[in-house]
Write a new protein. Structure first.
Lengths: 256, 365
């Protein structure tokens, strides 16, 4: 049984076929990476899965259910969380509040209760904080707990975004270039965290990444795409050895 | 600088960070409650007016400061609150029924309007709310049997449990009534901000796309913010009606909407305290001008009483000044001054420079 099944996914913006006929299956507990040159459609695939874009054709199934027709905000409650390539944090809130916003799908109080701050709200707040604190401990964010996002360095923001996605408590986490712009040490941290997410939290990870070292280190399987079309799928070494993939990256003609 | 050592999550959740901050708020409320014994009738009336403006300002602050939507038509919701309250009271209902009804009417109307309106943003939403204001203004004139049309309507004296709260006969009672409402609304507002609802407002304000990815229904959240904002403004409108006692549609002109926007921007967007700072400024400036007029006449023999639009000009100058030199408003200035004293003598001049470099327009989508 696959956790995520993408079948013949396609989206066309006018004449541009950003994604065209991509299919893959991600098994539970797997780390699956999508690689490809710039503009290959990797992030578009993410945006299709998190329902920001409507696909032109194809289906996306998560946990056995078709999610192709859902709206963007209906995806997170199913257990899909994501990060963004260009960091989409809530800049004018603290790290703690950003992570707490990740707990939105677990809220069970309404705005009237919130306004009166009934005991139930306080209990829920404590429970959310406990969960968020675990995430902060995991990602070593304790030092930044009360800091505003607007004043944090880039590397930390990147980690806070992973933290916010983890706070959702997902089954599947989509990481959009988690290591871009990070130093070697920081991306090594990301590699360890991905390992831990899979091993200790039982998460399934779907990742878009350019850093081939990271991809090779953590991925079980890799899908290479170029110009919206799938090139190759398999273990990292298989995909790296694929002639079509090499051509897409290096621009050499494939020998006939 | 004081560092708080937190030992439980409750320290995080509590409204006040320590007993000192709690004591300060208690002292402030106590002084405000004792105000009728401390100042004369004239200043008490001004204080009442300031409280009502602060209430309306909080309504708009929730919308503009915390959910990132703009409204140029908030005077419409003041009007809905005022007319609902006055009309129902004239029909014989007690204030304890009509007052919540005013909030409900304004809030429901706001939420209803919000459902199509919140799909717009920025300048389009501003125009739509302005149009809404014009519609409400016309409706007030058309619905003459209820609203008194152009002639106006009388807000009857308030009576709760045999106690009279008339604005003229018992100004101190009316002041206490306004203070109670403002304290309760402020408390509810502060609670909202520390709860999931408030966080979802901030999320929608700062990044719609990630709010969606976290499972927040953006349309519904915005409509809720709109409704709550209008409900608060409706309460302020009802009180304003009683404060003026006899009013017609002209009380709720478009300038009131603009003044409300001034309250929130000059006060400091995104802070409850900002609504109060802004309300104090907006009600104090006309008084200052009146005093200035007196001084100019008596000491210099200048008659500036005949200059129309002087306060409008002053407001405009103050607004421009704030936008250029202190975009975070009076409350932002207050916070910076506090930090300066806390760090003294280590504060650096460029300490707050960074805020400028993270403008929304500079981000890539």
């Amino acid at each position: 049984m696959s956790l995520l099944e993408v079948e013949d996914l396609a989206i066309h913006f006018g004449g541009v076929k950003a994604v065209d006929g991509v299919s893959f299956k991600v098994a539970p507990g797997e780390v699956f990476s999508i690689i490809g040159p710039n503009g290959a459609g990797k992030s578009t695939i993410f945006n299709l899965i998190s329902r920001i874009y409507k696909p032109t054709r194809g289906t996306i199934r998560f946990d056995g259910a078709d999610i192709t027709g859902l709206q963007a905000h209906q995806v997170a409650p199913l257990g899909i969380a994501r990060t963004f390539q260009n960091i989409e944090l809530f800049d004018h809130s603290t790290v703690l509040d950003n992570l707490l916003m990740g707990r939105h799908t677990h809220r069970d109080t309404n705005f009237v209760q919130d306004m009166l701050f009934l005991p139930a709200v306080r209990r829920a707040e404590r429970a959310h904080r406990r969960r968020v604190e675990e995430v902060m401990e995991f990602l070593e964010l304790e030092a930044y707990r009360e800091k505003m996002i607007a004043g944090l360095p880039y590397g930390v923001r990147k980690v806070v975004e992973i933290g916010r996605a983890l706070a959702v408590g997902p089954k599947l986490i989509l990481l959009d270039e988690p290591a871009s712009g990070l130093s070697v040490e920081e991306s090594q941290d990301v590699a360890f965290w991905i390992e831990d997410m899979r091993r200790d939290m039982g998460l399934t990870v779907l990742m878009v990444e350019h850093d081939m070292r990271l991809v090779a280190q953590v991925s079980d399987r890799v899908l290479a795409v170029a110009n919206g079309k799938p090139l190759a799928q398999g273990t990292p070494s298989q995909v790296q050895a694929d002639a079509g993939v090499q051509a897409a990256y290096l621009g050499t003609e494939v020998a006939q | 600088m004081k560092v708080i050592f937190k030992t439980s999550y409750d320290r995080d959740i509590d409204l006040h960070k320590d007993g000192w901050s709690r004591a300060r708020i208690a002292a402030l409320v106590a002084v405000l409650a004792a105000l009728p014994f401390l100042v004369g009738e004239y200043y008490l009336a001004e204080a009442t007016n300031t409280l009502i403006w602060a209430l309306a300002g909080m309504g708009l602050m929730l919308l503009v400061g915390h959910s990132g939507q703009v409204s140029l038509g908030h005077a419409a919701f003041l009007a809905i609150g005022a007319y609902t309250d006055a009309a129902l009271m004239n029909a014989g209902l007690p204030f304890l029924v009509t007052f919540p009804a005013a909030a409900l009417a304004a809030g429901l109307f706001g939420a209803l309007v919000a459902i199509p309106a919140v799909r717009m943003s920025g300048i389009y939403l501003a125009i739509a709310t302005l149009a809404l204001f014009v519609i409400v203004e016309e409706m007030v004139i058309i619905l003459e049997p209820i609203t008194g049309g152009v002639g106006g309507i009388m807000a009857p004296a308030i009576e709760i449990a045999g106690i009279n709260f008339d604005r003229y006969a018992n100004l101190d009672h009316f002041y206490w009534l306004c203070l109670t409402v403002v304290v309760l609304v402020t408390w509810g507002y502060a609670n909202l901000l520390r709860s999931p609802t408030g966080r979802s407002f901030l999320a929608v304000r700062d990044s719609e796309v990630s709010a969606r990815a976290l499972g927040i229904n953006v349309t519904r959240t915005r409509a809720l913010a709109f409704g709550l904002s209008c409900a608060m403004t409706g309460l302020a409108g009802a009180l304003m009606g009683h404060y003026i006692a006899f009013f017609n549609y002209e009380l709720f002109s478009v300038f009131i909407s603009i003044n409300l926007l001034l309250v929130v921007t000059i006060g400091g967007l995104g802070f409850i305290q900002g609504a109060f700072f802004g309300a104090i400024l907006i009600t104090a400036v006309p008084q200052l001008i009146a005093i200035l007029r007196g001084v100019a006449r008596d000491s210099f023999g200048l008659d500036i009483g005949g200059m129309p639009g002087l306060d409008t000009m002053l407001f405009a100058m103050i607004l421009v000044g704030f936008i250029i030199y202190e975009p975070t408003g009076l409350y932002g200035r207050w916070l910076k001054t506090k930090v300066w004293f806390e760090l003294f003598p280590l504060a650096r001049r460029d300490m707050f420079r960074r805020q400028k470099s993270y403008l929304k327009t500079e981000r890539q989508k």
